[in-house]
Every structure is written in structure tokens, then in C-alpha cells.
Write a protein that binds this ligand. Structure first.
Ligand code: GDP
Ligand code: MG
Length: 682
């Protein structure tokens, strides 16, 4: 056993965190400041110059949204922070989910003018679902219309959390001049020179103290609720020690009973350092992180706690893949055990033996080669040839799968056509690479037309892919209209028989199957039941029938989409002496399923999306009528402080171009969130 004490020490000084934010809230600007202050980046790139360190793909800089999730290690005090960039757009929600899984804590960035918007609300709720403790950074306090207290109210009302301000702005909008640290009760002034890297602190004057008093009071109250001794001191009006306050607030944050909030303006270099302190003081290390649940069969989910122990068997999740000069670089979150250079391991998801050849720590401007890395850490590894995003790496054969690979459901597809054959090859190469990086993309070749059909999670997802192909491969491709990916099911029961009776390579193959298909409740999946126990036959025949049924259900009789929510009862097998064979039973079962589906009143199920819109009251009518014109069913309209929230269900087919229309009919004031809900008939 190698000496793991250094890995163990490192584990206690580590934070794996992500920043979640609505587009434009200032995530990139804040990240730049963090990287700059933690001394790992020497020139600060502003977003509008298109040079930010984390947003390195060209179309991200163009669009100003973050698609890739990179990881960057930086140092603050004597700690290390792995900063994981989470995408903010819902079209990539699987990617968001995977990123959330590898985080131990998160910082929500909110614009002090726009407040809690639907997109950030969605990601915030996902983080809540994974049990991730969070901090909030209220950004852009220098902007006209900014309000710190209103943003805190929204955190309470919309997100349902108990916000506790750890810092507050002194002045708002163009009078935002300094930050008050509510823990030390000091005024922090950020230097104009040196981009705010330096700041000075001094005790509050009388006016400042009176402004801070109610916020300080609120902070003491949250701490007192965590700790009896603090409660006694609070009631007696005695000042608690800063250490006791910190540890009570830490407990409240880890227990998700409170969310520490920091005030600032990233663009003005104000208020970022206190937030960095907060990440260390209040967010968990890998050893204190939330209970981690894993799927242990790839299909059923069993919760299993993977201890962050460097001496345990290896368990690591590949959460991002990059290709560099044809070489794969896999970003790994190591949950347990350790990896070292040259170490043999296993891609458990694909059942492949593998070897890690090199290990790197990624920093903003360079990468450091490591000889090994241990539980809790996030590093990049080279040498894993079979991996794709979402795979689990273990030391040997194991029943552990850290991600459910069946969770992806592409809902939209497009035909991608090259201009000529020569470009076809290049296009295939590009598509191969992108599907490797992103398992929510699927590429199929239509057998009859030879067309390449690309499916993904949404319109924007495929649009971004086209952009990348154009930029990175210099390929102009023609793309067909987007098509929704459907499922098929049946409305009633029907029985049918399938017979196969042919000679293949001079051997007779015979099979005869009678079966019945019936509808199951929506979302139940398919079920196959064998009722043919009366027929005495070898197990290989019944196995062949069941496989044949599955093959038959892979493509329905209407438009060839997979069949779902169908019960198949195998009623009877017919046999013929000397000629019955597994091939015969497989083929006859496929035929029987097809024929039964035909008679069972087959139906199409289309992707139904959950749509959430937030609009100021004056645009409520416009948003509602647009929804209704798209065949949506409005479920709920809520009022949150004058802002209206609409929740609706709508078929994806009707939602192409919806966000553009919504923007123009609400003068850009609406927030939109869409996510796949289920396949259903409408
Ligand atoms: P992201 O989409 O969340 O990554 O947001 P960006 O960091 O790209 O910021 C969006 C826009 O807001 C950019 O034009 C920034 O310059 C601007 N911005 C970011 N932080 C602040 C701030 O504190 N104050 C002001 N006034 N503008 C800001
Ligand atoms: Mg950004």
C-alpha cells in the first residue's frame, strides 16, 4: 500500500466547486477575477474582448454563453479550489447534471438588477436535488436598478432558501463604493489599480455601522439557530467570537439550512475576495460532501456511499473528454482510491482494460504533470482509449457505475449533408469526435438514403454543433429541418402469429410464435412475459423468442421509432421436428410483434416539453397567447413580487423558433426554460 498521507492531507485542503448562473449574470467575469486573484492567470481578459480563459471555444466567445465545462485549479490561502465550469443553458441539461455531480459545493451568481431568473433557478434547483451546499454572489451592484435587498428577497421567495448576508454593499448603483464585511464588521476598499487585487480594510464609522446593524443582526440570528451557546449569547446581547460564528454558519450551510450571500460587482473588481474566503469557510471539502448515490447495475439505482478514501478501491467518473491532436484527455473526478502514471485500470462501463499514461492538473494558463492523484480530486488523464463522457473507471471488475448511461434521450434530429463526397469523410470524422465528447449526441446513417441523421437535446444543441463543424473543420454543411424524435405505442390489445420457414445455407429453420401486445401506462417502459410454459422446448428457443420480441420493439410500425409502454405476452410456440431453430424463433417473433403492433391501433408519442416562462406582468398576455398558439397546455401562473411565472406543457414539434418569437413579443424581457418531460400523445 503506498503512503497516502499526502493525498489525505490534500483532500482536507480541497474544494470542488462550480458557478451556476443565468446567462449574462457575470459568471465569466467573476471567474476571470477569481483566476486572477488566485495568481494563476496574469492577464485578465474581459468578456467583451473575447479572451476569457474558461470560455475557450470560439462559439462560446461569440455567443457569450458557456457550453464546455472545463476545470481549473487555483490556490487561495493554503487551499486549492477546483473550479468547474458548468454550462448555463438548459439544452445541455445532462451536461449540467453531470457537472453538478462532480461538485461538492456551488456558487450561484445573480444579477442585482435581474434577480433570480428562470435559467439560474432551474440549475439551482438541480443543485438542490443533488444535495449541494451553496453560496450566492449578488453581482452588478453598480448597475442602475440594482438592489441587494430585493435580490435577497427573491432568493427567499423564489428559491425558498434562507439567505444570510456575509457582506453587503455600501451604496448601490453608481454610488456603490465599498463592501462591508459583516463577519469582521470592517469596510473593504478595493484598489482601482491592479484590478482590485489589493484591498484595504478599516473599522466601520458610525454611519456605516448603523447601516450594517440590521444585516449583522440577521446573521447572528441564523448562527444562534444553529448553536445553543450562541443563542444564549444572542439573547443576552453578548458578541460571539468570530470562530464560533463561522463554525455555526458552516454547519447551517452544509445542512442547507442557510445560504451565505456576498455582495459585489465583478466588473468593478469589488467583493470577490470575501467570496473566495466564503468558499473555503463554508463550502464542504470532498470528505464532507453530500451522500453520493450510484447506480450499481447500470439500470437500477442503488444508493451506495463511496467514501473519499485514497486507500479504497478506485472509483472515478469521466465527466468530460477533450481531443488534442488525436489524443484523448479525460477529465476525471476521483471519488475513491487513487491513480498513478502508468497504472492499469478498467473502463467499467465498457468492460475494457485500460492504462493511465499521464496525469495533469489543469490551471488557467498551463498544466502541471502529476505522478499520482487521489480521492476527492479532479484531474485530467491521458491514455484511456475506450472512454467516453459518463464512463466509470475502476481498478478491476466491479458492479459500480457512477452514472446512469440510459438517462439520455435525444429529442430532436436533423439531416447533416456535406457538399460532396470528399467532405463527407471529413464530416464523419468531425461527428465521430463530437459524439465522443458528448454522449447526448447521436449519429445514425439512414439505410435507404445514406443520409447522416444527427440527434441531440434541443435546437440550440444541434446549432452549436453546426457552428463547431464550420469553425473547427471548415465545413459548410447543409442541414435539414429539425425533426422531433418520437416513440411509438399502442392503444389496444391484439394478438398475432409469426411463422418463419426457410432454408438458410441448406439448413432448414423453422419457428412459430403466437403473442399478444397490450398498452401499459405511460412511462412504464416495455414488459415481456412468457406464458408459453405449456410448450416443452429448449431454453435457447425461448431466449431467441425474447430477443426477437426486443428486436421487434426497437422500431415501430408507423415510422420506425422505438416502441414503449407495451406489454408483450408470449402465448404459444409451435415446433417442427428437426427444423425448429433459434434463428427461426427469433425471426418469427420479430414478425409476430410487427403484425400484433399493426392490429393494436399503433400511435405516435412525441416529446412533450416542460416550459417555464417568467415575464413582467405587462407581457403576461403576450406570452400566454404565444404559448396557446403553439398548442401548449398552461398548468400554472404564479406571481412572485410582480413578476409572473408561467408553467406549461407543450409538444416540442411546436416549439421550434419559440425562444426567438418569445423574445420579440416581450421585448426581450421574458426568461425561458425548457426541458424534456415525457413522450406522450397530445
Ligand atoms: P456570463 O454570461 O454569466 O458568463 O456573464 P459575463 O461575465 O459574460 O457578463 C455579461 C455582461 O455583464 C458582460 O458585458 C460583462 O461585462 C457585464 N458584467 C459582468 N459583471 C458586471 C458587473 O459587476 N457590473 C456591470 N455593470 N456589468 C457587469
Ligand atoms: Mg460566460
Amino acid at each position: 500500500m503506498p503512503d497516502s498521507s499526502d493525498l489525505r492531507n490534500y483532500l482536507h485542503k480541497l474544494r470542488n466547486i462550480g458557478i451556476i448562473a443565468h446567462i449574462d449574470a457575470g459568471k465569466t467575469t467573476l471567474t476571470e477575477r477569481i483566476l486572477y486573484y488566485t495568481s494563476k492567470i496574469h492577464r485578465m481578459g474581459e468578456v467583451h474582448e473575447g479572451a476569457a480563459a474558461m470560455d475557450f471555444m470560439p462559439e462560446e466567445q461569440d455567443r457569450g454563453i458557456t457550453i464546455a465545462s472545463a476545470c481549473c485549479t487555483c490556490a487561495w490561502r493554503d487551499y486549492f479550489i477546483n473550479l468547474i465550469d458548468t454550462p448555463g443553458h438548459v439544452d445541455f441539461s445532462i451536461e449540467v447534471e453531470r457537472c453538478l455531480r462532480v461538485l461538492d459545493g456551488a456558487v450561484g451568481v445573480f444579477c442585482a438588477v435581474g434577480g433570480v431568473e428562470p435559467q439560474s433557478e432551474a440549475v439551482w434547483r438541480q443543485a438542490e436535488h443533488f444535495g449541494i451546499p451553496k453560496l450566492a454572489f449578488v453581482n452588478k451592484l453598480d448597475r442602475p436598478g440594482a438592489s441587494f435587498s430585493r435580490t435577497l428577497e427573491e432568493l427567499r421567495d423564489i428559491l425558498g432558501v434562507r439567505p444570510v448576508a456575509l457582506s453587503m454593499p455600501l451604496g448601490e448603483e453608481d454610488r456603490f463604493e465599498a463592501v462591508i464585511d459583516l463577519l469582521s464588521m470592517e469596510r473593504l476598499d478595493f484598489a482601482v489599480q491592479g484590478l482590485g487585487r489589493e484591498f484595504t480594510s478599516r473599522p466601520l464609522n458610525e454611519l456605516e455601522a448603523s447601516m450594517a446593524a440590521p444585516w449583522r443582526e440577521a446573521l447572528l440570528e441564523v448562527a444562534a439557530d444553529e448553536d445553543d451557546l450562541l443563542m444564549e449569547q444572542y439573547l443576552a446581547g453578548t458578541e460571539p467570537s468570530p470562530e464560533a460564528l463561522k463554525s455555526a454558519l458552516r454547519r447551517a450551510t452544509l445542512g442547507r439550512r442557510a445560504v451565505p450571500v456576498y455582495a459585489g460587482a465583478a466588473l468593478r473588481n469589488m467583493g470577490v475576495q470575501p467570496l473566495l474566503d466564503g468558499i473555503l469557510d463554508f463550502l464542504p471539502g470532498p470528505d464532507e460532501a453530500a451522500f453520493f448515490e450510484t447506480s450499481t447495475s447500470g439500470k437500477t439505482t442503488n444508493s451506495l456511499r463511496v467514501e473519499a478514501d485514497p486507500d479504497a478501491p478506485l472509483a472515478a467518473l469521466v465527466f468530460k473528454i477533450f481531443l488534442e491532436n488525436g489524443r484523448k484527455l479525460a477529465l476525471l473526478r476521483i471519488y475513491a482510491g487513487q491513480i498513478s502514471e502508468g497504472m492499469p485500470c478498467r473502463n467499467n462501463t465498457r468492460g475494457q482494460a485500460e492504462r493511465i499514461t499521464r496525469i495533469f492538473r489543469l490551471e488557467a494558463e498551463n498544466r502541471t504533470s502529476l505522478s499520482r492523484a487521489g480521492a476527492g480530486d479532479i484531474v485530467a488523464a491521458q491514455g484511456l482509449r475506450s472512454v467516453i463522457t459518463g464512463d466509470t473507471i475502476t481498478s478491476g471488475a466491479s458492479s459500480l457505475f457512477l452514472e446512469d448511461i440510459l438517462a439520455y434521450r435525444p429529442v430532436i434530429s436533423m439531416v447533416f449533408e456535406p457538399r460532396n463526397n470528399g467532405e463527407g469523410e471529413k464530416l464523419d470524422e468531425a461527428l465521430e469526435r463530437y459524439t465522443l465528447e458528448d454522449p447526448t449526441l447521436k449519429v445514425e446513417v439512414d439505410e435507404t438514403s445514406g443520409q447522416r441523421i444527427v440527434s441531440g437535446m434541443g435546437e440550440l444543441h444541434l446549432e452549436v454543433l453546426r457552428d463547431r463543424i464550420r469553425r473547427e473543420y471548415r465545413l459548410e454543411i447543409r442541414a435539414g429541418n429539425p425533426q422531433v424524435v418520437c416513440r411509438e405505442s399502442v392503444r389496444q390489445s391484439a394478438a398475432a402469429e409469426g411463422v418463419f420457414d426457410r432454408e438458410l445455407g441448406e439448413i432448414a429453420h423453422y419457428g412459430q410464435v403466437r403473442l399478444r401486445v397490450s398498452p401499459l401506462e405511460r412511462g412504464k417502459g416495455n414488459k415481456i412475459v412468457n406464458l408459453s410454459a405449456g410448450t416443452v422446448c429448449p431454453a435457447s428457443w425461448t431466449a431467441a423468442v425474447e430477443q426477437g420480441v426486443e428486436t421487434g420493439l426497437d422500431s415501430g410500425v408507423l415510422r420506425g421509432f422505438p416502441v414503449q409502454d407495451v406489454l408483450v405476452e408470449i402465448l404459444e410456440l409451435g415446433k417442427r421436428e428437426g427444423e425448429s431453430s433459434p434463428v427461426g424463433y427469433h425471426m418469427s417473433a420479430v414478425a409476430a410483434v410487427k403484425s400484433a403492433l399493426e392490429s393494436a391501433s399503433p400511435m405516435l408519442l412525441e416529446p412533450i416539453m416542460h416550459v417555464e416562462i417568467s415575464v413582467p406582468e405587462s407581457f403576461l398576455g403576450a406570452a400566454l397567447s404565444l404559448l396557446v398558439s403553439r398548442g401548449a397546455k398552461v398548468e400554472d401562473v404564479l406571481d412572485k413580487g410582480g413578476q409572473k411565472y408561467i408553467r406549461a406543457l407543450a409538444p416540442l414539434r411546436e416549439l421550434f423558433g419559440f425562444s426567438t418569437r418569445l423574445r420579440s413579443s416581450t421585448q426581450g424581457r421574458a426568461g425561458l426554460l425548457m426541458r424534456f418531460e415525457r413522450f406522450d400523445a397530445i
